[in-house]
Design a protein around this ligand. Structure first.
Ligand SMILES: [Zn+2]
Length: 157
């Protein structure tokens, strides 16, 4: 590695290997005798300086990287608040659609039974609304479009 230093008598900028530090030389410009200084941050050649500056910059970059997990930790403290807010409301509003064809088992229509069971499971006080629906589907047997009915339940659960 090279370093730059100045001749103490003529201020001529000189360059030497850092390994030369401590050696007595004659200034090539004015001929004065001087001792090559020890290398330090100021007199190390420009290229290594920019290289070490780059290393320092990398270090600066690593600081924001360190900041991010901290931010994330701060953010992590807010979800429990949302959870708490949701716990206040206790139940979520849910929708359940039951199509009659889904309740037919080997020719046996269990629609009323299934809806009744579900209503019992949800509980009367949790039911917000019950809306009849009609829909069209292709009948597997006749391959024709069939209109059928079902029910849409809105409930808290
Ligand atoms: Zn000199």
């Amino acid at each position: 590695m090279d370093m730059i230093f100045s001749c103490p008598s003529c201020k001529q900028q000189l360059e030497a290997e850092t390994s030369m530090a401590g050696n007595e030389i004659a200034c090539p410009s004015c001929g004065a005798t001087m001792v090559i200084p020890e290398p330090n941050v100021q007199n190390i050649r420009a290229d290594p300086i920019s290289a070490s500056a780059g290393a320092k910059e990398e270090h600066h970059f690593s600081v924001p990287v360190h900041d991010k997990p901290t931010e994330a930790l701060i953010k992590k403290t807010s979800p429990p608040l949302e959870v708490a807010a949701r716990a206040d409301g206790e139940k979520r509003l849910r929708v359940k659609c039951i199509r009659r064809t889904d309740c037919v088992e080997v020719g046996h229509d269990r629609f009323d039974e299934i809806v009744s069971d579900l209503l019992e499971k949800i509980g009367e006080k949790n039911i917000v609304s019950i809306t009849p629906i009609s829909y069209t589907h292709v009948d597997l047997g006749s391959r024709q479009l069939m209109t059928d009915f079902g029910v849409m339940l809105v409930y808290k659960g």
